[in-house]
Design a binder for this molecule. Structure first.
Ligand SMILES: NC(=O)c1ccc[n+]([C@@H]2O[C@H](COP(=O)([O-])OP(=O)(O)OC[C@H]3O[C@@H](n4cnc5c(N)ncnc54)[C@H](OP(=O)(O)O)[C@@H]3O)[C@@H](O)[C@H]2O)c1
Length: 271
């Protein structure tokens, strides 16, 4: 091995060392930063002030994603999300507002649902929100070249027309229409159908299922985690699946779990 003595090291004048040091810093910077300093991808969260939406925003921020919260009420947004989150006011019934709100966005996560589920205001019910609202979001996402749209839908959507609760049927039917509109939009998508939502702690083991034949519950925090885990994963694209608390594996290993899911049957794209 070649030994370098202190004398040899010191043979260069200080100015030369400074130059070496600067080159070194430059090289390090070149290694750390991507050659083309592309702007960080923005994740738009629709329904950001909802119970699941707030958790999506919080988890995204904790993981250092750049977040844009789509909200209806900025005062509610500031009190639930805190200050410092980029906000865009957009009702999902307003196509123009959505088109503006999604400008420059790479990913969309939608947790919207007709207000309070059961107590929707007139004109803000499942048809307007869970169907047309999702379709409006999907069209705006398509127009802006969004790379992935993750939709929080619901179990029961796969057999909405025969769902045992006639009260829930219109909600699930609208969600089924919303899912279909997203599939037809041409935007790369992932559809997550959670079981009954609760506010329990994050990190329970999860069961993934397909075909909408199972039922169960899941925490909203776990739903948020799954939505975020799907971002940018090609194995999650074009897939619809159910998630529940369960015992068939820890809440990790997302790539393998998404890859194991069957893709949806091809749907004709909307014009
Ligand atoms: N509850 C369950 O057991 C269950 C089970 C499976 C699936 N899901 C579905 O999971 C999703 C998340 O549930 P969650 O309990 O977190 O819902 P949530 O708390 O009721 O939040 C719904 C969000 O949708 C927004 N929204 C409603 N109408 C809108 C409109 N016209 N324009 C823009 N935003 C609108 C609300 O905005 P504001 O904050 O401004 O009101 C709210 O942020 C929903 O799609 C829900 O149907 C629920």
């Amino acid at each position: 091995m070649t030994q370098v003595s202190a004398r040899q090291v010191c043979a260069f004048p200080v100015s030369t060392w400074k130059a070496f040091a600067l080159v070194g810093v430059g090289l390090l910077a070149a290694v750390i930063q991507p050659a083309s300093a592309a702007p960080a991808p923005i994740v738009a969260v629709a329904g950001a002030t909802g119970r699941t939406g707030q958790l999506v925003v919080a988890q995204l921020l904790a993981a250092h994603w750049k977040v844009r919260a789509l909200v209806r009420d900025t005062a509610k947004a500031e009190s639930t999300l805190g200050k410092g989150v980029e906000l865009r006011v957009a009702d999902v019934r307003d196509q123009q507002a959505l088109t503006a709100a999604l400008k420059g966005v790479t990913y969309v996560i939608s947790t919207i649902g007709a207000s309070g589920g059961m107590k929707s205001a007139p004109g803000d019910g499942p048809q307007e929100v869970d169907f047309q609202g999702v379709r409006n979001l999907a069209l705006a996402a398509k127009a802006d070249g969004v790379k992935q749209f993750v939709l929080v839908s619901s179990t029961g959507t796969g057999h909405a027309d025969t769902y045992p609760s006639t009260f829930m049927r219109p909600f699930l039917q609208a969600k089924a229409q919303g899912e279909a509109a997203l599939r037809a939009s041409g935007v790369p998508y992932t559809i997550v159908r959670p079981g009954g939502l609760n506010g329990q702690v994050v990190g329970a083991s999860l069961t993934f299922a397909q075909g909408d034949t199972s039922s169960g519950t899941i925490s909203r925090a776990d739903v948020a985690t799954v939505c975020i885990a799907a971002l940018g994963d090609p194995g999650a694209l074009g897939k619809t699946f159910e998630i529940f608390d369960g015992d068939s594996g820890a809440a990790t290993g997302w790539k393998a779990r998404f890859a194991a899911l069957a893709p949806d049957a091809p749907t004709p794209s909307s014009p």
